[in-house]
Design a protein around this ligand. Structure first.
Ligand code: HAM
Length: 422
């Protein structure tokens, strides 16, 4: 029997991990600059957090959650997205009482039982930034700017920010009403999923990718025309901020996003390829001013977004022929003979103690094959412990480029070469 990873789940090997690490490093430095603190929440959460938060009418809750009953009878869910868990943590740890906004970021695995296809997995990774406590649209802009910066730092060009406002609990019911009355006479032509969305959440019909539903939606009423004055002003300021920053956005009046908690701003960022085609969204987010209350906290606004790490890493891999270079060892330790092998183990420890990363192939005995590896690793210096040197407790320091060599005592070799590197 040959065991395989479960459908839609993948091992992430070193060839991909270099991209994952690069993404994580960029997120970390962006978080430091914008003062977002990292948070790590459990992979498992109470199922109700998603049922109430992500929402009963979302595809995630309707079809995609991995939920199970524990032996103690609790219903837990393997997290399909991050926002409800972050909000749960915010309430649980009394973060309402610290100065606002409370800014958090995260990166980790998420799970959705989706139909696997290109760029859509059952286990995937997201990084997300969430800002809780402030209603001002300047926060929405900051979130958009952070994600835009991250993609730019990772080498993405031709980015498009698609944007919409879907109103709030006051004005959205009016829009729903006018949308439903428009759709009612056309419901026979909708796909099966959208027929059932008519009753539960007609806004989701605007999001449907089926051709016949797209045709219907193209002349449907637009939510922007139904916004109350509060939502209208919020959206107008948001656009003014975006203009000020020269961020390239385009209004998409049919962007509604598939999660139930959004209020006002929703956005997605994608990349337009040279042939003008858009890939799936790399980043999705928006405002969720009612979610904290829904999950049992004091009414508090919030805004955030998350990005699909695999989607970003796959595109980076396709574009860049060479993987991003990570800090490599510029020193290599080579040895010849049993005694030298024993002493080179100690030499490695000396190097570690002075914080000097070194490459080695301790299992090899031939000096020429070790030097070949050192060359492939672009080592600047090789520390050579030959049989004679091992007996005399000495080490040869060889500069690879010039072939120049010097001999130093074994106990100071690590420090000597470290000085040279500096
Ligand atoms: P989402 O749009 O469901 O939003 O996911 C965000 C991003 O995760 C997507 O744009 C996509 O790149 C990636 N993604 C989603 N599902 C998959 C999948 N099955 N396979 C690979 N990548 C995937 C959220 O999750 C919200 N929590 C975002 C948010 C944060 N809104 C406010 N704060």
């Amino acid at each position: 029997m040959k065991f395989q990873t479960p459908t839609g789940m993948h091992d992430i090997l070193e060839t991909d991990l270099v991209y994952f690490r690069k993404i994580e490093n960029v997120c970390e430095s962006m978080a430091r600059f914008y003062d977002f603190k990292e948070i790590r929440t459990p992979i498992l959460e109470d199922t109700q957090i998603f049922e109430k938060g992500t929402g009963q009418t979302s595809d995630i809750v309707e079809k995609e959650m991995y939920s199970f009953k524990t032996k103690g009878g609790d219903s837990l869910t393997v997290r399909p997205e991050g926002t409800p868990g972050i909000v749960r943590a915010y309430i649980q740890h009394g973060m309402q009482n610290i100065p606002k906004p409370v800014n958090m970021w995260y990166m980790g695995p998420f799970f959705r039982h989706e139909r696997p296809q290109a760029g859509r997995y059952r286990q995937f990774h997201q990084f997300g930034f969430e800002s809780l406590g402030v209603e001002d649209p300047v926060i929405d802009v900051l979130i958009i700017q952070i994600f835009y910066n991250i993609l730019q730092s990772l080498g993405f060009k031709n980015l498009i920010i698609e944007l919409n406002s879907i109103g709030c609990a006051q004005c959205r019911p009016y829009f729903k009403k006018s949308l439903t009355s428009y759709l009612r006479s056309r419901s026979a032509s909708l796909c099966a999923d959208c027929k059932s969305r008519m009753k539960k959440n007609p806004l989701r019909i605007l999001d449907c990718k089926q051709e016949k539903c797209q045709m219907i939606k193209s002349s449907a009423p637009q939510v922007l025309d139904s916004l109350c004055s509060g939502c209208h002003d919020h959206f107008k300021s948001l656009l003014e901020f975006l203009d000020e920053l020269d961020l390239p956005y385009s209004l998409n009046p049919y962007l509604v996003r598939g999660l139930d908690y959004y209020t006002r701003t929703v956005f997605e960022i994608m990349e337009e390829t040279d042939d003008g085609k858009q890939q799936g969204s790399l980043i999705g987010g928006g405002r969720y001013d009612d979610l904290i209350k829904t999950l049992g906290g004091k009414p508090t606004p919030g805004c955030g977004a998350a990005a699909g790490v695999e989607r970003i890493a796959n595109l980076m891999k396709q574009r860049q022929k060479k993987a991003p270079t990570e800090t490599t060892q510029s020193v290599f330790v080579a040895q010849v003979g049993e005694l030298a092998k024993k002493k080179s183990l100690k030499l490695l420890e000396d190097c570690r103690r002075v914080n000097l990363p070194v490459g080695h192939t301790l299992h090899k005995n031939s000096l020429s094959s070790q030097l070949r590896v050192a060359d492939q690793q672009n080592a600047t210096y090789v520390l050579i412990l030959g049989q004679k040197e091992a007996l005399e407790n000495k080490v040869i320091i060889r500069e690879m480029k010039t072939g120049k060599q010097s001999i130093v005592p074994l106990e100071s070799a690590a420090k000597e070469v470290k000085k040279k590197i500096k």
